[in-house]
Ligand binder design. Structure first.
Ligand code: SF4
Length: 373
């Protein structure tokens, strides 16, 4: 099994989308006349796209226009968090090409996912996901403390309504978004890397990184693997990508991905996400960490870098932090303890326990705040 991924450089949204689709064989390969098409951008926080947090609305609109012109009966641009979606698309003219659908106020359906590997509980999703003929995912690709890299696969978290999103953390963000995508697997992924992001996202925030490309293809695993390589990550080390490939959802192997357009070598842009450093907080933190899985340690680090985390360390003086599949934590008995992640549920009685795989940074913050008042 091999696949094609297009890498296109530029800034003009129409040119980027048109060129990417031309390299992939044309929009008609993905959309048929009469289709109902759901386009899912990454737009759940109210932001300006110039910071690399959200997909550029003009890119999404350019794609929607192309889908409409291909004869789609209905084109829906949908995302969770109504206030953010409306604010991000305000004044863009989106209504001329598509229906903007904040999922919060849309019709919902509660389903079980037939071939789920992680999410074996009912899930409430926007009904349009089930009703559409085609699902196209249009994320911004960036580093992420709890997943390494976030792009097409993880963009499915926005298909989980309201607090349903917490299920992805509870049952594992390296697998749940794959389950959710399985409800209507995207026929096309177009990842916005015109401005990407590295650094502390989502906890203490990230730093915009202008890369100047979009990465697109019919196999979203291959698109994500290519985005990861552009960022300097080995996709085998990004568990959500590795899991999707293992589950037969697409290809990760570089030899099976034919890059068209710009060469991979010409767009490499190494980025640094949250890198765990046990000495970062000096004597104030006694880390008890096992890095066979790094995500909880990175999430804890991202939290501790926030203003809230810094204030907590200031107040407590010293803190034990347990993260990763730890067997024999060397706790300082004189310090309070923050236990991060499901791997360490056996230590939940040692202090504040943030449940999740990994817990979101805000969930760690909430547990710490509740326990160390
Ligand atoms: S709970 Fe364990 S497996 Fe899950 S992200 Fe944390 S360290 Fe990794």
């Amino acid at each position: 099994m091999s696949t094609t991924v297009a890498i296109v450089r530029g800034d003009d949204p129409q040119q980027l989308v048109a060129q990417a689709l031309e390299l992939l064989g044309g929009i008609d390969k993905f959309v048929s006349p009469g289709d109902v098409v759901l386009i899912k951008p990454n737009s759940f926080v109210k932001q300006v796209p110039a910071n690399g947090n959200v997909t550029r609305p003009d890119l999404v609109i350019a794609l929607a226009a192309m889908v409409r012109d291909a004869g789609a009966k209905r084109v829906v641009i949908g995302e969770r968090n109504e206030g953010a979606v409306r604010a991000n698309f305000e004044g863009t003219g989106v209504e001329k090409v598509a229906e903007l659908m904040p999922f919060d106020s849309a019709e919902h359906a509660t389903v079980t996912i037939p071939d789920a590997e992680a999410l074996h509980v009912p899930l409430t999703v926007p009904k349009i996901l089930l009703d559409c003929d085609k699902h196209i995912t249009v994320p911004v690709a960036k580093t992420h403390c709890g997943a390494g890299v976030t792009a097409c696969l993880k963009n499915a978290m926005g298909l989980m309504i309201g607090t349903e999103t917490t299920k992805s953390h509870a049952y594992g963000i390296c697998n749940v978004p794959i389950d959710v995508n399985s409800l209507k697997w995207p026929v096309l992924g177009l990842a916005d890397m015109t401005i990407s992001q590295e650094g502390n996202f989502p906890g203490a925030g990230g730093v915009p990184v202008p890369v100047g490309v979009v990465v697109a293809g019919p196999d979203i695993v291959a698109v994500d693997a290519t985005c990861a390589r552009i960022m300097g990550y080995d996709p085998n080390d990004v568990w959500i990508i590795r899991n999707a490939a293992r589950r037969g959802k697409g290809v990760l192997d570089e030899a099976q991905i034919q890059i068209v357009g710009e060469s991979l070598a010409s767009v490499l842009h190494p980025m640094t996400g949250v890198v765990f450093d046990p000495t970062e907080f000096g004597d104030r933190v006694n880390f008890c960490v096992d890095l066979r899985c790094r995500y909880c340690a990175q999430d804890a680090t991202s939290f501790l870098r926030t203003r809230e985390g810094q204030a907590l360390l200031e107040k407590l003086g010293r803190l034990n932090v347990v993260a990763g599949p730890v067997r024999e934590p060397q706790l300082d008995p004189s310090a309070p303890t923050l236990v991060v992640g499901n791997c360490n549920a056996w230590l939940m009685d040692q202090g504040a326990f943030a449940h999740g795989c990994p817990p979101a940074v805000w969930q760690i913050a909430a547990r710490a705040k509740a326990s160390f008042r």
